[in-house]
Design a protein around this ligand. Structure first.
Ligand SMILES: [Zn+2]
Length: 113
């Protein structure tokens, strides 16, 4: 399993800012059933982010679909890419607070045994 204690040193801290809007990305809990293979990743939740705004138009124009993607950074593999969303609020319930551990987060969500 992942070593979570020292997670501040994981990956490149410089990459935790969105390359599209330079906003600080937020820690996002990756549900086990989504098979990301990570406990969390970083996601840009800026609704004005160029990348995010541009993809609403892209999916609407090319697929007539209401969807977009947010920029995502995986500190465990030092890789980044898109995460699909279907509304401004999607994924937001899975944001882990700055000073919150995964356990704190899960307890807050009421899903820890
Ligand atoms: Zn951004």
């Amino acid at each position: 399993m992942f070593e979570l204690k020292d997670d501040k040193t994981l990956g490149d801290p410089a990459l935790r800012s969105c390359p599209h809007c330079s906003d600080k990305m937020l820690k996002w809990y990756t549900k086990p059933e989504m098979s990301w293979g990570t406990p969390y990743q970083y996601v840009c939740f800026n609704d004005e982010c160029d990348y995010y705004v541009r993809h609403w138009e892209h999916f609407q124009t090319n697929y007539n679909k209401r969807a977009s993607v947010r920029h995502r950074y995986n500190p465990f593999e030092d890789s980044s890419g898109p995460v699909p969303v279907w509304s401004d609020d999607a994924l937001r319930p899975d944001i882990i607070g700055d000073d919150e551990t995964i356990d704190d987060f899960l307890r807050r969500r009421g899903s820890l045994k």
